[in-house]
Design a protein around this ligand. Structure first.
Ligand SMILES: CC(C)(COP(=O)(O)OP(=O)(O)OC[C@H]1O[C@@H](n2cnc3c(N)ncnc32)[C@H](O)[C@@H]1OP(=O)(O)O)[C@@H](O)C(=O)NCCC(=O)NCCS
Length: 155
């Protein structure tokens, strides 16, 4: 466990930080569209996201923002989980620590049980290993977007 990791809710003033991360080549490659976004498009998306009360956290390591963790409601008892760290911050247990803090938040704030769903590209071996190690199990080999679906029950 990395003791220097904290998470906090994202806020409107994170818009430029999130925009700079969104257009990093590594993050573009992970996105559903595979394309970078314009600033205006990003602002519209982020405003709508916050208005819908989406659950987004900024991950910090030694007080420096290093990534994003999201739980997006799919239905009454299902949430999609998304996580990324900026490139040179991977492989230091930051992801695991941030996810576990996200779980603590859900256990306090959300009506349980819920199922967390991670949709992962089949070519993203580190991410598959990451979610499996957290206890996620594969539920579907290919969803409608050609992604693997891994699930985790939060009690
Ligand atoms: C996926 C991601 C969030 C994992 O966070 P992380 O801090 O790098 O992972 P951790 O150091 O906490 O590792 C936890 C476990 O994941 C697995 N893992 C993490 N990185 C790995 C890698 N590069 N190769 C293989 N396994 C890896 C390991 O099993 C590791 O456990 P171990 O250290 O006991 O072997 C991070 O690597 C990342 O942001 N990747 C790019 C974005 C991405 O792919 N997001 C997921 C989209 S679905």
């Amino acid at each position: 466990m990395n003791d220097h990791v904290t998470i906090r809710k994202a806020r409107w003033t994170d818009k430029d930080l999130l925009f700079s991360w969104r257009n990093l080549p590594e993050i573009v490659a992970l996105s559903a569209s595979g394309k970078s976004v314009e600033y205006k498009e990003h602002l519209n998306w982020f405003k709508n996201y916050l208005d819908r009360c989406g659950l987004m956290f900024i991950i910090k390591n030694k007080n420096e923002p290093v990534g994003q963790l999201r739980f997006d409601k799919l239905d009454a008892n299902k949430m999609a989980v998304t996580i990324y760290l900026i490139p040179n911050k991977t492989g230091q247990s930051i992801g695991r620590s941030a996810f576990n803090q996200g779980l603590d938040y859900l256990r306090k704030e959300v009506t349980l049980p819920i199922i967390l769903v991670a949709n992962i590209k089949d070519t993203n071996a580190p991410s598959i290993k990451f979610f499996k190690k957290l206890g996620f199990r594969m539920e579907l080999k290919e969803n409608q977007d050609g992604l693997l679906r891994y699930c985790f029950r939060v009690n």
